[in-house]
Design a protein around this ligand. Structure first.
Ligand code: FDA
Length: 307
């Protein structure tokens, strides 16, 4: 089921046609407050009331026209101004292919630079770079390394299902990186990625153990746990405690609409929680990956067919 849904996420015909089905639009609301920046900001204000920070992401990926990349960058800049005006503790998470990586790497670099300048000017801590499928891993890390020379406030997502990630962490450590660790959302072959949940979880924990050791020994590394796996978060927190680090020495980052009760509970229990709010109209592949993570969501989507 997971493989089928991930294939559907990348299928061009489906990308064009499924979003037109009215019931999918209704179902997608479970994971995003709306398509407009205004709706994203309103949702963020609710989290502010609960003491939780947010990360915004404007949906889009693999664009084929540089005009769209310029438009995306401009939209992010406007959103950052809006968030600043509302006094929100906000960050952004962007995909390099939505800023033109497939077409023009220099333009992508320039767009990232302008977002990072704006983030610094509006007191936002980090602009995160999402990690896409493995065809982009090396290019994403290389661009991150370049950006980090000039912009301390750039962060990168790494995926625990990839076998290379341990050496990527080692490679980035001298840069005092800001790393969000996720399990990984794409279909990757067994040569390069762990396939079973057990192996992915074990690698996730091992990576956290090594990054917490680096933090403990004074590295400028910042760690964000991008997961809804509460057991895993507690295992990381227990390990942090055992080496004398508090539970807010890392962030916990979760997606809007997923395990909302746990988001509040973790916040109450002293964790630093951030909620990622997605918005925009290009939600199809992103939404299909959410379905693939938990096929029970397909039943929820189909139920939206009912009046
Ligand atoms: P796991 O899949 O084991 O889920 C743990 C529990 O969480 C489940 O039992 C279920 O209760 C709940 N849950 C998880 N997903 C759910 C869903 N879709 N619907 C309902 N419940 C769900 N990936 C990537 O490849 N590149 C990236 O840049 C990012 N960025 C990113 C940012 C943030 C803030 C998060 C939280 C996640 C990502 N991801 C990502 C996605 C990530 O790789 C992974 O696919 C999902 O987080 C699901 O895995 P979990 O770690 O939650 O664990």
């Amino acid at each position: 089921m997971r493989r089928l849904l991930l294939w559907m996420a990348s299928n061009g015909w489906m990308r064009r046609h499924v979003p037109r089905l009215w019931f999918t639009k209704r179902a997608v609301r479970k994971f995003m407050p709306g398509e407009t920046p205004g709706e994203a900001i309103t949702a963020a204000s609710t989290f502010k009331g609960q003491g939780m920070a947010v990360i915004f992401t404007r949906l889009g990926e693999n664009l084929t026209d540089l005009k769209d990349a310029d438009e995306n960058a401009e939209a992010y800049l406007e959103l950052m101004d809006l968030a600043d005006k509302e006094g929100l503790s906000a960050e952004e998470s962007v995909k390099l292919t939505q800023l033109g990586l497939d077409i023009d790497e220099e333009r992508t670099y320039a767009h990232m630079a302008s977002l990072l300048d704006k983030a610094a000017a509006t007191d936002q801590q980090t602009v995160w770079i999402d990690m896409e499928g493995s065809a982009y891993t090396e290019a994403t890390i290389a661009l991150y390394e370049r950006l980090k020379q000039t912009y301390p406030n750039v962060g990168i997502c790494l995926q625990a299902y990839l076998k290379r990630t341990y050496s990527d962490v080692e490679r980035l450590l001298p840069l005092d990186p800001r790393i969000r660790l996720v399990k990984g959302a794409y279909a990757e072959p067994a040569q390069i990625a762990y396939q079973s949940r057990k192996e992915v979880d074990a690698n996730y924990l091992a990576l956290c153990v090594s990054m917490l050791a680096a933090i403990k020994s004074g590295s400028g590394l910042f760690l964000g746990l991008g997961t809804h796996d509460i057991d895993l978060i507690h295992q990381v927190a227990d390990h942090a405690k055992s080496i004398g680090l508090p539970r807010d020495s890392f962030d916990v980052e979760m997606l809007y609409g997923i395990r909302v009760d746990q988001q509040r509970k973790l916040k109450k229990d002293g964790f630093a929680v951030r909620v990622l709010i997605a918005y925009g109209d290009y939600w199809y592949p992103w939404y299909m990956r959410r379905l693939a993570e938990r096929p029970a969501n397909v039943v929820f989507a189909l139920r939206q067919l009912l009046p």
